[in-house]
Design a protein around this ligand. Structure first.
Ligand SMILES: Nc1ncnc2c1ncn2[C@@H]1O[C@H](COP(=O)(O)OP(=O)(O)OP(=O)(O)O)[C@@H](O)[C@H]1O
Length: 347
């Protein structure tokens, strides 16, 4: 039986929904989910043509309780649309969505008590109120029992370093401070599932590190299931063992981060310093991609050992020094996108 956590999906193909019995029951379940938007495009001076955009095009995946998964893709890939369907803000055009056993579109308010959402680009806090008052409102809105509210707030204030900021109006907070404030607000009612849409966007290095550390602890200690959308691949590298790549509304990859290299057919680079300038080195194990004076760059498949290549070059050429560069994950993903047939699919 194949495990969707470890099996790269062929581009565009649905990911198998079956899983071994040892894997916890899924908290998030999507089966053949579609979202089609009707849009009107100008087709002349006065005429407007009706068109449809397939923003999400037959996506299936499951996320078991306690997993932290990266959900990535280029602009317009369908990430936010997926998250909106998972919260119940948008109703799918087709397929089935379940979060904690609930149909989000039909029971949005019931689900709201079980999930937390953070959108990096906009705040859910009250602009003119100090953080403390925003949290009081959250307390009342979600009818959080007093003790639980106090415990959760204390914990967030401590771990997210909000103590000094509690009496500052949200409008006066820096982006990083506001983001930490938003994450706390999303967690006061103890959600089982947390959707984070670009939680580190625009933050400085220190704030990013704080947010990541907090998410790691939250996931490890409280088994909160986290779906993380980000353009910052370091977020994914540091937080998620599993990553899903979406493009043109289709799931292109679902598996471990390391497997992305394989799926993107990535290459490692051997940098060779020679005793003197030479024409491009010749070997059947790699291809020379760059020559600069006595230094040459040779690309070889990332899943192969460098040892035979190093041995061959050392025997045949005056090699002074060698180093191996790992593939850059951004390049791997860019390559996956580039391999897709172009153009957003329309129906
Ligand atoms: N309300 C809407 N009406 C019409 N088209 C929409 C609507 N919302 C999204 N789309 C279209 O659906 C596609 C997917 O958009 P979506 O916002 O889900 O992408 P995304 O992956 O979140 O992108 P980004 O990284 O830029 O936020 C895009 O072509 C977008 O223009």
């Amino acid at each position: 039986m194949t495990d969707p956590h470890t099996t790269p999906a062929a581009p565009g193909s649905p990911v198998p929904a079956s899983r071994p019995s040892s894997v916890p029951a899924p908290v998030i379940e999507l089966t053949d989910v579609e979202k089609v938007f009707d849009i009107r495009k100008r087709a002349g001076l006065l005429r407007r043509e009706k068109q449809q955009v397939r923003a999400v095009d037959g996506i299936s995946f499951t996320v078991p309780r306690g997993e932290m998964v990266g959900y990535i893709g280029p602009n317009g890939a369908g990430k936010s649309t997926t998250i909106k369907m998972l919260t119940g803000i948008l109703t799918p055009s087709g397929g089935r969505v379940r979060v904690a056993g609930i149909d989000p579109a039909r029971e949005r308010t019931v689900l709201a008590r079980r999930i937390g959402v953070v959108f990096g680009q906009r705040t859910t806090l009250w602009w003119d109120l100090p953080l403390r008052d925003s949290y009081r409102l959250v307390h009342r809105m979600y009818r959080i029992p007093d003790r639980r509210f106090r415990e959760n707030l204390d914990r967030c204030v401590d771990l997210l370093d909000l103590g000094r900021l509690m009496d500052v109006p949200v409008r006066q907070l820096s982006l990083g401070q506001r983001m930490r404030g938003d994450i706390a607000a999303a967690l006061l009612h103890d959600p089982e599932v947390l959707y984070l849409d670009e939680p580190t966007i625009g933050l400085d290095v220190v704030s990013k590190a704080k947010v990541r550390e907090f998410l790691r602890e939250l996931n490890a200690e409280r088994s909160v299931t986290i779906l993380l959308t980000t353009h910052d691949l370091t977020d994914i590298e540091q937080l998620c063992r599993r990553v899903m790549v979406i493009d043109h509304g289709k799931l292109m990859y679902d598996g471990p981060l390391a497997g992305l290299h394989e799926a993107g057919e990535s290459e490692r680079i051997l940098v060779v310093d020679l005793a003197r300038e030479l024409p491009p080195l010749e070997t059947g194990l790699a291809r020379t991609v760059r020559v600069e004076g006595p230094r040459q760059w040779l690309a070889f498949p990332a899943d192969r050992s460098a040892a035979p290549l190093v041995a061959e070059l050392a025997a045949a050429y005056p090699v002074v020094d060698l180093s191996v560069r790992e593939p850059d994950i951004e390049a791997v993903i860019a390559r996956m996108y580039a391999d897709r047939p172009g153009g957003r699919s329309r129906v």
